[in-house]
Design a protein around this ligand. Structure first.
Ligand code: CTP
Ligand code: CA
Length: 222
């Protein structure tokens, strides 16, 4: 019953979500990417909308349909994602689910790089801006700032270090040593300054709904 305010505890709240991978161009036909499908981020955007929030979803290149009621902005690269995140402020809650590429090609070739039959081309990398860390010190910092962390080992320990490094409130850590990236299920540990809450392996939409209910409890009533 969506007319009942109890069922839309995020009514009037602006929630910003990033999702998917980024593509970092090398030349007009080639790019650097990663295995993120965007499914967990899209499920979170959907759950936030279902709980009544005004949701802006900034998506890297993915093959997914936009959840009902969600405003979606498509981007390719980390730098484009950063620009759209800043434009989408202010927000009450920001959840950075995107698997932002850590590095891009230092120089983007204007024309397709050709084989010359001799040396292979060098691929020099440059570090991308850290969107979550930028929000952590932004003058319009969202009141609740949440990062995701994909880890293959020491999952909670690495998440605790990232909380401090990024200036965010929660890190949702998932173990990607299995086939989580692109899969239908996820198991996560929500790491906050108060401790760790673990959500057992479940479909990504179930994880999304539980996470957003915790968000609603944190910011919903004021
Ligand atoms: N993130 C971001 N911008 C980047 C890199 C990461 O906003 N350039 C965000 C991600 O969306 C995620 C969080 O930071 O919410 C953690 O990402 P992760 O890749 O786990 O952290 P890194 O600081 O990049 O560390 P690592 O060396 O483990 O990749
Ligand atoms: Ca990274």
């Amino acid at each position: 019953d969506f007319a009942d305010p109890a069922h839309r505890p995020l009514f009037g709240k602006r929630v910003l979500v990033t999702a998917g991978p980024t593509h970092e161009p090398i030349d007009p036909v080639r790019y650097i990417a990663n295995r993120s499908s965007g499914r967990q981020g899209f499920a979170i955007a959907q759950a936030a909308a279902e709980l009544g929030a005004d949701v802006t979803l900034i998506a890297g290149p993915v093959h997914l349909t936009t959840p009902p009621g969600v405003i979606r902005i498509d981007v390719e690269s980390a730098r484009e994602m950063l620009a759209e995140v800043e434009k989408a402020l202010p927000a009450d809650v920001a959840i950075m689910v995107a698997a932002v590429a850590d590095w891009r090609a230092a120089d983007e070739a204007e024309q397709k790089i050709k084989k010359d039959g001799k040396a292979v081309p060098p691929l020099e990398l440059a570090e991308n801006p850290d969107i979550l860390a930028m929000l952590g010190k932004h003058k319009q910092r969202p009141a609740l700032l949440i990062g995701f962390a994909a880890e293959t080992e020491k999952v909670v320990e690495h998440a605790q270090a990232k909380l401090a490094k990024k200036g965010c409130d929660w890190i949702v850590a998932n173990d990607v040593s299995g086939d989580v990236m692109g899969g239908a299920n996820n198991a996560v540990h929500i790491v906050t300054k108060d401790g760790v809450e673990s959500l057992a392996d479940a479909p990504k939409d179930v994880i999304a709904r539980k996470l957003m209910e915790k968000v609603a409890n944190a910011v919903g009533q004021d």
